[in-house]
Design a protein around this ligand. Sequence first.
Ligand SMILES: Cc1cc2nc3c(=O)[nH]c(=O)nc-3n(C[C@H](O)[C@H](O)[C@H](O)COP(=O)(O)OP(=O)(O)OC[C@H]3O[C@@H](n4cnc5c(N)ncnc54)[C@H](O)[C@@H]3O)c2cc1C
Length: 381
Amino acid sequence: MSSTKPSAEIAGAGLAGLAAAAALAQRGWAVRVHEKGKQLREIGAGLYLWQNALDALRVLGVYDQVAEVGVQSRTPRMLLDHNSNEIDLRRQQDTTPELIVVLRTELHRILAEFAVANGVEIVTNSKVLGADPEGRLEFESGWGPKVDLVIGADGVFSRVRDSLKLATEITDMKDGCGRHLIPRRPEDSVNQRRIEMWNGGRRVGIAPVSKDQHYVFLCCPESDIAGRVQQPFNLEAWASSHPQYRSYFERLPRHPEEYWRPFFHVSCSSWTKGRVSIIGDAAHGMAPNLGQGACVALVNAVVLARAVSAGNDVPAALKTWEAAERPYVLRTQRMSYLYGAVGTKWPRKLLGLRSKILPLLGRTDLVQRNLRVALDHKPAI
Ligand SMILES: Cc1cc2nc3c(=O)[nH]c(=O)nc-3n(C[C@H](O)[C@H](O)[C@H](O)COP(=O)(O)OP(=O)(O)OC[C@H]3O[C@@H](n4cnc5c(N)ncnc54)[C@H](O)[C@@H]3O)c2cc1C
């Protein structure tokens, strides 16, 4: 890498690592990304990109490409209870936030191509073992070069984070989800309005994700064996709890490529140490109940690039970035945790009570402020 430019090494070529790499390269940094996989890869599923993430993509300059392949959702989702009654959490004064649902593979491809076009070097088959706060990554072959900035974007089980002892707890939520893509048909009701339906601890979500596909997520507690089995997919188990969506479940592959995955909640003492920072799931892995994990990662990546480019003191800039961005992400994590507890762990005998109190609680200022905290946060990007 050129010695005249500030330099960065990044562990992990997921959405967070690629966004950070592209944002830094745009600001004149020489950036190398290390990906442990043999090739760059994202899973075949959908992703909700809310207004905050779309603003970050606008700053990067890839919003138009994402909007072209994704599906804009202009109406709020329909949340249904176990009796198919709508649970309306919206207040009259609330605006519907901008949302694009996109294929993960497409967003990942767009970010990777954009990063490379801006001069980022991506090295696959390059597993990172840890990091040194002085600004180096460690590999099986030894220590890499000393650089101005190191970023750990290596996911929930981050080696960078753990080598610096930044994690305080990684919690298995005992709750998780299977994700699928199915063919889209013109007569599907979700073409008009995406849905989420709760029944007991199971939650089904269906949204159009491209011109010819819907994204389907099927969440349930780990203890729900029939709900989480994927090989083969148990159609009758889901059709019995959500009969009105049987025709969608019938389109699911019997042996899906993806398995049921548990959710993890990552808690850290800090996101930075010396010249090293962690971003994305490495820093704030959360259950995806608010659809904000990747969104806040994209925002954080762009804001971090701006912060470290503003002066020469990288460790100080990282501290300033963390102080500005971390509090709202912690609130988002907490809210996602609570949403999951209500959606998945609520006692079966009291489902009627859930349907009654949710609209009342959900419309309070306190709950709305916390649900929308990531949308309302205005970072200096
Ligand atoms: C079911 C589900 C649905 C979700 N839905 C949404 C949603 O709708 N909207 C939203 O905003 N968020 C959503 N999320 C969260 C979102 O998927 C994550 O927050 C986001 O993908 C995290 O990206 P990341 O780059 O931090 O981590 P990852 O995607 O885990 O990427 C980490 C990368 O680092 C690589 N790596 C790991 N270890 C090493 C190593 N030691 N050396 C080198 N490379 C390494 C990995 O191979 C990978 O490529 C969802 C999550 C789940 C589980």
